[in-house]
Design a protein around this ligand. Structure first.
Ligand SMILES: [Zn+2]
Length: 160
């Protein structure tokens, strides 16, 4: 196998409870996986660009999940974390700034997960607009609820 042939560039969280086998029985040579805490584009642009521009995967999938520790940390004071962790969590500021400051934490946490996935997709639609416009790639989002998965494909019709 001298070259790879993935069909999905997947940006997902590093969370140990999730692996691509959730979607693919055999993910070998099918999924180009980029993982970081909080499934963020900002922390992995080079890797994502590689999947989109060099591997030409027809799908860019942003996959978030419930009970995300990165989102939880981003909703609290994380100033005592290491510089590396703080640098990555700082990128969650924008999506999490739209989460209510009051109410039950579980609800706010879930809202943060969804707002983060939506934000990452919006960013992807901006970054890869030319490819989406040419229909070379479809940007999708998924919020994985452990034991339950909700899909939502987003063809950006406004770009066609
Ligand atoms: Zn997570």
């Amino acid at each position: 196998m001298n070259v790879q042939h993935p069909i999905v560039t997947m940006v997902t969280c590093s969370d140990a409870r999730f692996h691509p086998t959730v979607f693919f029985k055999d993910p070998v040579d099918k999924v180009f996986v980029i993982r970081n805490i909080g499934n963020q584009l900002a922390n992995a642009r080079g890797s994502i660009d590689y999947g989109v521009y060099h591997l030409h995967t027809p799908i860019l999938l942003i996959l978030g999940h419930t009970h995300c520790g990165a989102v939880k940390a981003g909703l609290h004071d994380y100033s005592k974390e290491t510089e590396g962790i703080k640098n990555e969590l700082d990128h969650l500021h924008l999506p999490l700034s739209k989460v209510s400051k009051s109410g039950p934490f579980e609800k706010r946490w879930l809202d943060g997960v969804e707002k983060n996935v939506n934000y990452q997709v919006e960013e992807a639609l901006k970054f890869y607009k030319p490819f989406i416009k040419k229909r070379r790639i479809c940007c999708c989002r998924c919020c994985l609820r452990f034991y339950k998965c909700l899909w939502q494909g987003l063809w950006e019709n406004g770009y066609s």
